[in-house]
Design a protein around this ligand. Structure first.
Ligand SMILES: Nc1ncnc2c1ncn2[C@@H]1O[C@H](COP(=O)(O)OP(=O)(O)OP(=O)(O)O)[C@@H](O)[C@H]1O
Ligand SMILES: [Mg+2]
Length: 218
């Protein structure tokens, strides 16, 4: 699936086009991606999807937020988790606080219910990254993370997880193994074939299921 360049504005919600311009071509492209995902995850037990990419800054967070909005506005209940503990951004995109989030829950400092936040979009909840931690790999690879995913999955139609690059972060490998499927975001023309193949190989080693690739044309 190829996604075209998004127009630039000064708004912070620049790249939430699925929200601001639901009738645009790009919003339509996100609906297609959503439909494709639905074909691949047609039972409710396989509803945890990780979005990652071979390299930094390829558009993972932009893609996942638009996808989350697109799915939620189609009347499905979505939880968007920011598991990029070193480069979190979801709280800024949705203007929600980040003092309690995923890291706090995983450390056992906060109950899950207090960390999940509602957004302006009715069917969309977010679990922001939370307080910065020194050991993201340990936390995301812990049994607490497995239990958290087991707890949230039945409560939502879809759980989407934003993550750091797969080539550089061991935590993404840990997460990939715990999800029903993985979507790779790659920059058109920038991501080399070797990097893409390496990402594919790592996912295979992690016993993760690669569901598809979004080519981000930016
Ligand atoms: N299709 C697109 N059109 C225009 N700008 C884009 C597009 N995709 C991403 N961008 C911009 O590129 C920058 C990086 O995108 P984003 O933060 O989504 O990448 P990322 O993969 O999540 O980065 P990181 O690895 O740091 O988490 C952002 O400024 C974003 O607004
Ligand atoms: Mg990101």
């Amino acid at each position: 699936m190829r996604l075209m360049k998004m127009p630039t504005t000064n708004s912070k919600k620049t790249h939430l086009l699925t929200y601001s311009e639901p009738d645009s071509i790009i919003s339509d492209q996100f609906r297609t991606i959503r439909t494709n995902i639905r074909f691949l995850t047609n039972d409710k037990e396989n509803n945890i999807i990780l979005v990652t990419s071979p390299e930094d800054g390829e558009g993972k967070s932009t893609m996942i937020t638009n996808l989350a909005v697109s799915i939620a506005t189609q009347k499905e209940k979505v939880l968007l988790i920011d598991a990029n503990l070193r480069g979190s951004i979801i709280h800024r995109t949705f203007y929600v606080p980040n003092d309690i989030g995923l890291a706090n829950v995983l450390k056992g400092y906060a109950p899950l219910e207090t960390a999940v936040t509602k957004t302006d979009i009715e069917q969309l909840d977010v679990l922001t990254s939370g307080t910065e931690v020194a050991n993201p790999t340990e936390l995301l690879g812990s049994a607490n993370m497995t239990n958290l995913l087991k707890e949230v999955a039945p409560a939502y139609d879809m759980v989407l997880i934003d993550s750091p690059t797969i080539l550089k972060s061991t935590e993404t490998r840990e997460l990939a193994n715990q999800c029903s499927g993985v979507i790779l975001v790659v920059t058109c023309g920038k991501t080399g074939m070797a990097k893409l193949m390496e990402a594919k190989r790592i996912l295979k080693l992690a016993h993760a299921k690669l569901m598809g690739v979004i080519f981000n044309d930016r």
